[in-house]
Design a protein around this ligand. Structure first.
Ligand SMILES: Nc1ncnc2c1ncn2[C@@H]1O[C@H](COP(=O)(O)OP(=O)(O)OP(=O)(O)O)[C@@H](O)[C@H]1O
Ligand SMILES: [Mg+2]
Length: 261
């Protein structure tokens, strides 16, 4: 039985894609079969994992519109145990066209149910919004991971996001739970970083936050333009070490959830 994890935050540029791509690679390296689903028209997870977007004929868009079976869109990446359901700019049309569907927020869920058992973990990289596409990501998953930058307005954003998660849980996705918040681009030298981190920690139960913090690391920001996850681009870097640790924590929480047996 597999577990579906969506990486969500309506705030842009908080390292959702970086976390989705690098977790997928690090979990694959630990011997688990992973599917990385790109649910963002920017297609950053697709290019970040080394897939050339120009060559794609079948993508997440075709799957959620019911035009293709999920297995038709999935391709193998160059990285151990990692498969990808890629996305391109076309997916932006989904936001509008799904509005005409009766179950407009459940299209991804319906699709992933068909292939859930082919993988240990499915990781969905969501776009920075709480619109229909993001709601598909939240509705399709067992757990959500929230990457968070320690900035003054992070907490307000998280409250709005968690209210949305609660609404989805109460309507169409009873089993939904927060797997954890992960602090990203952490720079302990910045007082504002430290202060915000402390206030966020006070606002949540201790196990709502992953122990692993992802440091700001220039190698992490270089890796996507080479189409490589950090654990392949520079395995000895601080960033690679952090994502390997986060992968171990995610696997532990997945097992504890009784998923991924
Ligand atoms: N730990 C890190 N150290 C340095 N740079 C980082 C780190 N994590 C992410 N970045 C960089 O920050 C930028 C934003 O990251 P990313 O694209 O993963 O965010 P996102 O939340 O997916 O953005 P969007 O909301 O647009 O989808 C990217 O340029 C990325 O390379
Ligand atoms: Mg992104």
């Amino acid at each position: 039985m597999g577990i579906i994890i969506s990486v969500v935050n309506q705030k842009g540029g908080v390292a959702k894609t970086t976390t989705a791509v690098n977790l997928a690679a690090a979990i694959g390296q630990r011997g688990k079969k992973v599917l990385l689903v790109d649910m963002d028209p920017q297609g950053n997870a697709t290019s970040g994992i080394g897939i050339n977007k120009k060559e794609l004929t079948c993508t997440t868009y075709n799957v959620i519109m019911g035009e293709a079976r999920p297995a038709e869109a999935v391709i193998k990446s160059d990285y151990k145990n990692v498969w990808v359901m890629p996305a391109t700019q076309t997916l932006a049309q989904g936001e509008l066209r799904l509005a005409a569907f009766e179950n407009k927020t459940l299209q991804l869920k319906k699709a992933l149910l068909q292939i859930k058992d082919d993988y240990h973990i499915i990781i969905v990289d969501c776009l920075p919004s709480l619109g229909v596409l993001a709601l598909n990501g939240i509705s399709a998953c067992d757990r959500i991971i929230i990457p968070m930058q320690c900035e003054p307005y992070s907490l307000e954003g998280a409250a709005e996001l968690l209210a949305t998660v609660k609404r989805v849980k109460n309507s169409t996705n009873k089993g939904l739970q927060l797997m954890g918040i992960v602090f990203t681009m952490v720079d302990k030298r910045l007082t504002v970083n430290r202060e915000v981190m402390e206030s966020i920690k006070r606002s949540f139960p201790p196990d709502a936050i992953f122990k692993t913090e992802i440091p700001r690391n220039v190698r992490i920001s270089e890796a996507p333009s080479h189409g490589k996850p950090i654990t392949y681009y520079d395995p000895a870097s601080k960033g690679a070490e952090a994502y390997r640790k986060l992968a171990a924590e995610v696997l532990k929480r997945a097992e504890k959830a009784g998923k991924m047996l």
